[in-house]
Design a protein around this ligand. Structure first.
Ligand code: IVH
Length: 689
């Protein structure tokens, strides 16, 4: 290649034109098709050459020059949309027993024996969308994303013929209609046939095809694919004109939205069951894929009383079709070591197609499970897969057992670090005692730390973590935030020698830059996420949130835990003694404290400000319920209090602000009186909200 100083004016002009086309092609492969063909290094070389030529011939800078595209679209090139109402998911169940349990839990929550009407809808196997209308005009489309923030797919949704772009005058002024975009079985087959004949990669199933078609940066591509949709719920709405889900479907129809013809009101559990079986029977004949049936409480008033759990409504459930089963052979049993040291046996299977997915591993849960089912290497087993659930081993076909097979001996040492693996009497799990000196535990902790509900650093995938750990670049969560400053240096830090990430295979200036950006984006973290990210045994997202709500700052929490002062902790409704022990043990570990201190030098943990209704009379207050309530169940009352920003404690103490008494209130009311704590009845409580 000619040195830039030797290029003539015409040569420079021709080369800039060539570079503009080449870089644009590479960009489109990378950003739009997720299928890059240039290495990062080659791509960077083109960009640099373009830049250098332009520096020498500024008069030749083209209108479409790659240097003009500031910060080009990020890989996820869609604009973010935050949902005014979160897009939730549904709890899954797999049996009619569980559906009955769900119906009973609804009744229990509402404290009624009366019959409750449901509506059962086919669960469309596509991807959910939200379409926003303002003054009757379609203004924005979004994907679900993580439920809180999705991607702006306005232009793409607009290309779907079934989506009304204008609504009749009687529609609410602001209306978000939500539903599922899918590709019909016929359109999917036709698309794959076309792709196969053109030598292109084909889609695995209609769902993937629909997702791949909708999430296109270029809406022209979406327009070429035949996508369809069904509407089934709503988000923000300025004036709700319907009182039931069935009523909502009538409105949807009158506004021009496609609704599923098999949605059916079910008067009782036996009708729910009947309808489920009917849909399972006709499943194969439907022109689109469904993977179960969604049962929803029909009345909106009851839906509102039932409310939501963290991510799912209490008033609906997805009843998935039964799992698909198959037979295969166990080639090996491997032991995986998790974040808390738990040894989990995994079966390596002779790969087998189960309901359209190739399965080659299955979890065996723990050593008791292997004993109970007497599972051995070489056995032929029945495996099943249900929805996205990890494949399970149902049982062994004993007639097919090889004559020389031997009982599986569960190891008593950690297969990764060799430390003793011990099992508490009342626990099913055997755990490695190596703590963070065990590489497996250390790596799993980092993976947990960056996972979706924790720091959510998507750029740090499992493979990268394994790789960086092996090279001593990333040994603990605190190392994540010093990666950038250590990169390129020599021996600056004890935990890792100098390294040059962009020189590593598979990396280039661009991907390194993206990684550091993704990390730097997370230097401010909410308190619940931070507590969850620490990976304390038993402390999941919901518990982390409870802790945050009650302690407000990380220091408040940590100081109490280091002092082993758990009085406040165990007073929180939902946190018990065993959890408290695990939390105190976590903070008693010197290593954990030093990692936390290193982290706190790098990041800012936000003070917890409760965003649930702040303006009620009980927000921020610690309340205790006692006695039998008349107008609502205890669970409902508790949920209402939490929603109103209160903390709910299980017992009365000096830190209690308010005691709500029902009938037959006992010792708690007495204690409250003695301590001079304000006592109110159920009606007063309701008026406080
Ligand atoms: S209702 C708050 N109805 O299933 C309730 N969801 O597993 C929101 N889905 O994210 C969902 N068909 O993508 C509802 N008739 C239906 C559905 C349906 C398919 C999908 C939807 C949702 C997922 C939850």
């Amino acid at each position: 290649m000619k040195a830039i100083t030797e290029l003539t004016f015409d040569e420079a002009k021709a080369e800039l034109e060539y570079l503009a086309t080449e870089i644009a092609k590479a960009d489109s492969a990378y950003y739009q098709n997720d299928d890059p063909y240039l290495s990062d290094a080659e791509y960077d070389r083109l960009k640099h050459r373009n830049f250098d030529i332009e520096a020498r011939f500024p008069e030749l800078i083209r209108q479409d020059s790659p240097s003009k595209k500031v910060g080009a679209a990020v890989k996820n090139g869609f604009t973010k949309v935050s949902h005014s109402f979160p897009m939730l998911s549904l709890g899954d169940v797999f049996s009619t027993d569980e559906v009955s349990e769900f119906v009973m839990s609804v009744k229990r929550y509402l404290n009624t024996n009366e019959n409750i009407e449901f509506i059962s809808e086919p669960k469309i196997d596509g991807l959910s969308f939200s379409a926003r209308y303002e003054n009757g005009v379609f203004v924005q489309g979004a994907t679900r994303g993580d439920g809180t923030t999705g991607e702006d797919i306005t232009a793409n949704l607009r290309t779907i013929k079934q989506l009304p772009l204008r609504l009749p005058a009687d529609a609410p002024r602001i209306l978000e209609v939500r539903g599922e975009v899918y590709m019909s079985k016929a359109d999917f087959l036709a698309l794959n046939e076309k792709y196969a004949s053109e030598g292109k990669k084909i889609f695995a199933n209609p769902r993937n095809a629909a997702a791949g078609s909708l999430r296109q940066l270029d809406p022209n591509i979406t327009a070429e694919r035949n996508l369809s949709l069904f509407a089934y719920t709503w988000g923000e709405v300025s004036e709700r004109q319907w009182s039931s889900q069935a009523d909502f479907f009538n409105h949807l129809k009158s506004w021009g939205f496609p609704t599923n013809p098999h949605n059916k009101i079910c008067a009782n559990i036996s009708e729910i069951e009947q309808n489920f079986n009917h849909l399972m029977d006709i499943r194969a004949t439907l022109p689109y894929d469904i993977d179960g049936v969604v049962h929803k409480v029909n009345s909106i008033e009851l839906q509102e009383r039932l409310g939501f759990l963290t991510r799912t409504p209490r008033w609906a459930i997805a009843h998935k079709f039964p799992a698909e089963q198959a037979q295969t052979i166990i080639n090996n049993i491997r032991i995986q070591v998790g974040r808390t040291g738990a040894l989990t046996p995994v079966a390596d299977l002779e790969p087998i197609n189960v309901g359209g997915v190739i399965v080659s591993h299955a979890t065996l849960h723990n050593e008791d499970e292997i004993k109970r089912k007497d599972i051995r290497i070489g056995d032929t087993v029945i495996i099943q897969r249900a929805g996205d659930v990890i494949p399970q081993i149902i049982g062994v076909i004993s007639e097919k057992r090889p004559s020389d097979s031997q009982e599986f001996l569960f190891p008593h040492t950690c297969p990764v670090c060799g430390a003793h693996a011990t099992k508490e009497e009342d626990e099913a799990v055997r755990r490695c005692t190596g703590g963070l000196t065990c590489p497996a535990q250390a790596k799993e902790r980092i993976k947990h730390f960056v996972s979706r509900d924790a720091f959510d650093i998507a750029g740090l995938g499992d493979k990268i973590i394994e790789d960086f750990y092996a090279e001593n670049i990333l040994l603990n969560p605190a190392d994540i935030f010093t990666l950038e400053q250590r990169n390129g240096g020599d021996d600056l830090f004890s935990s890792a020698k100098g390294f040059h990430l962009e020189r590593k295979e598979g990396w280039g200036a661009k991907s390194v830059d993206n990684l550091f950006k993704a990390i730097n984006n997370k230097r401010n973290i909410s308190l619940p996420r931070f507590i969850y990210a620490l990976g304390i045994r038993q402390v999941g997202s919901a518990t982390a949130r409870l802790i945050a709500q009650n302690y407000n700052t990380f220091n408040n929490f940590m100081n109490d835990m280091i002092a082993k002062d758990t009085a406040k902790l165990v007073s929180i409704d939902g946190i018990g003694a065993s959890m408290a022990t695990d939390i105190v043990e976590f903070f008693a570990e010197e290593h954990n404290i030093s990692i936390i201190n290193l982290l706190l030098q790098q990041i800012n943990v936000e003070e917890f400000i409760d965003t649930t209704k702040k303006d009620t009379l009980i927000s921020g207050k610690t309340v205790v319920f006692t006695g039998t309530l008349q107008k609502m169940t205890r669970a409902e009352a508790k949920a209402k209090a939490l929603e109103a920003g209160a903390k709910v404690a299980g017992s009365v103490s000096k830190s209690t602000d308010l005691v709500i008494i029902g009938t037959d209130a006992g010792s708690k009311a007495k204690t409250a009186q003695e301590l001079g704590i304000k006592i109110i009845n159920e009606d007063e409580f309701l008026s406080f909200l």
